[in-house]
Design a protein around this ligand. Sequence first.
Ligand code: GCW
Length: 849
Amino acid sequence: MRRFHLLHMAVYGALLFLGLGAKCARAETGADAWLRYLPLEKNAARKYARLPASVVALGDSPVLGSAKSELIRGIRGMLARPLREENSLPHESAIILGTVSALQTAAPTFLEHVDFHGDGFLLATVQLHGVAYFVVTSTSERGVLYGVFALLSRIARGESVSALRETQQPEAPIRWVDQWDNLDGRIERGYAGASIFFENGNVRADLTRAADYARLLASVGINGCAINNVNANPHVLEDSFLPQLARVADVFRPWGVQLSISVDLSSPKVIGGLDTFDPADPNVAEWWKKKVNDIYRLIPDFAGVVVKADSEGRLGPATYARTPADAAKVIARALAPHGGIVFYRAFVYNHHLDWRDPTNDRAKAAYDIFNPLDGKFDDNVIIQIKHGPIDFQVREPVSPLFSGLEKTNEAIELQVTQEYTGQQRHLCFLPPMWKEVLDFDMHAGERRTPVKDIVAGKTFHRPFGGFVAVVNVGMDANWLGHPLAMANLYGYGRLAWNPDLDSTAIAEEWARLSFGNDPAVVQTIAAMLLASWPIYESYTGPLGAGTLTDILGSHFGPGVESSERNGWGQWHRADHHGIGMDRTAATGSGYVDQYRAPVAKMYESLDSTPDELLLFFHHVPYTHVLHSGKTVIQQIYDSHYAGAEAAARLVQQWESLKGQVDEERYQAVLRRLEYQAGHAIVWRDAVCNWFFQISGIVDQHRRVGHYSGRIEAEAMYLEDYLPFEVVPRETASGGKAVECAPPAEKCSAAFRFDGAAGRYEMDVEYFDQSNGKSKFRVLVSDQVVDEWIADDRLPATKPGGDSSTRRRIFGLVLRPGDHIRIEGVPDGEEHAALDYVEIHALPEGSTRP
Ligand code: GCW
């Protein structure tokens, strides 16, 4: 009986698998990212029937070993075919993996000419003695690995590989990622769990995730990773720590990813026992030299170090009145004999600026400090420059420093972790933003000099240069928290490899690899991704005013005023009359003059400054009329309303994919999008109300301050709940909310429904902090219609724009006079605070449950 049952289950299971296999097979955590290697549908798989049945790797290095095992793994997964491993060149068709020199040794006539170098590779069908071989080759072993990933990507996306001859050449030698991981396991600006490298002050015992990460990085051509926070703990350089670092290098090595670390410039003093860290002191130079030699003894392929100094409280050469060039030199000279590199970050600025002085401007800092040092850096130093002059805002102009260094290597620093762009709670696909930066013509020569050419070293013929992105993946199974956020890591890798790719192609590629080739799925996801940055921008900080987030805290929710009247210099200078930072040469800080003349001219004039950057460069009255014909204030209102609506539409777009993608990721994405749609309203209301208060100018469409169907919690009938003022006031509706503070253990807020009978949807706006797990219940005429626990991990310990969260209750049947009650049970520091309820009729014919 029992056996029959098991058999029955097995047959049933197999049928289920066959029936559903193609579409929404197994649940997926997202851990496989874009390397899923799921079985292709029969028709698609047939295309690859003539792919050879065996593989040979010419050499036995760890990187070639990865190339071979990856190929076998991918082909087995996608085509359900084992690849036979051969030890030498067989006399029948085979896939050959090897460097150009290995190929030439095996058969001198294999390759007629080689039009790639470094990590560039060739995928080609080559005839030799009448046998057709499929060759994956490069001048570097790493390039062979990249070729294998490219081949597998083609197969996963259903692209033909027969009669192929494809050469790919990366734009630049430097294609790196930085992680801001602390040794205690926390990650600065990381939004997906703990560090994959460190735990409790040490390197993790289990580095499986680190190895998996290296594989992901390699699959998009990334060849270096700095694993610890640029706010570096000097302890990483301690003798006892170096063997731990070597363990990370060991798991990176098979994937061609070189290890790098961030170092603190005061290390010679703090851990080295010297009484100074002055870069000009010979003992300090000696200390660095010895330390670097020790590192290379353990990690022969160590890549180099990243330096953040004289910035945000980090010590640096300024302590001894020395320059960044002096500081870089002392480490560069220690690294040079080993081929190591120093990445010296240009993110150096004074965060105690006097905000009253209109000539002060943080945006000027990097250029002011580094431009005079051009030519003073050694050839193995790279200046790592954030793409904009401030700090990863939702929109900034390009840093003028890119055209301010001609005799110095450069790398652009981008941010995959969405510090100022929604922290992976909001969808914000960044390649379109990065493309604008990379394609921007700096006018630094006779021909076009886009940023991508400058950083790649092409414009000024520099030996090194390239791309860096701060990524901050964590232990969360899906790496970045939001399943769709991985499109940013993928997109970064693709652009670092080839900045000429276009965003649509990248979005589609990623969607295919991550969710399969169903055209409706691919088109929908790509469309959502491509729309997402403008959407995020429109409900946060439009017109170049900065993200308008709380810059003193989480950098997440709205905080319009947080940037003002302090030394951080992220000012937008909004007052009763107008808004914007005057950075012109004529009347402002003079920042525009850091650009080459044609660019400076464009930004100097109000007329030729594009609307989206207007407030970055000019201070204008709210009534200033934009190129679009709208006034600034009306544009602020309109964009925030349009943005919140567009965020709501993302939810609907995603819902159209129900059943087309695996349920686990479907639900995970849906939850984030619903959260985003709710939080977009928090943003919209906070920003619009703030500007309405300060400008006194009403919204032409009368939306700001008027919310149909909204009932404020403080206006309800309260039992034990008490009203309080939320700070800043615009982050709660009407500036107030209610809380269930001790000694109360349970509170309620109630009201009578006075609308017509029908089906409604009800939004409950409450505050979900990280320091408690309050419980909520909603009752209609004493029947529980919903209950939940406020246990999200939002970056908030008090009620406000970071914690304000929406719970949507669908398909509620209401009659006039119904008694609606919300009960809150506080927990810890979280007082089950409640802001408002909004009730909307479901549209006629709505199919919502
Ligand atoms: O944007 C700021 C971040 C800091 C970060 C700094 C930097 C690692 O808020 O958290 O520090 O930039 O880039 O150094």
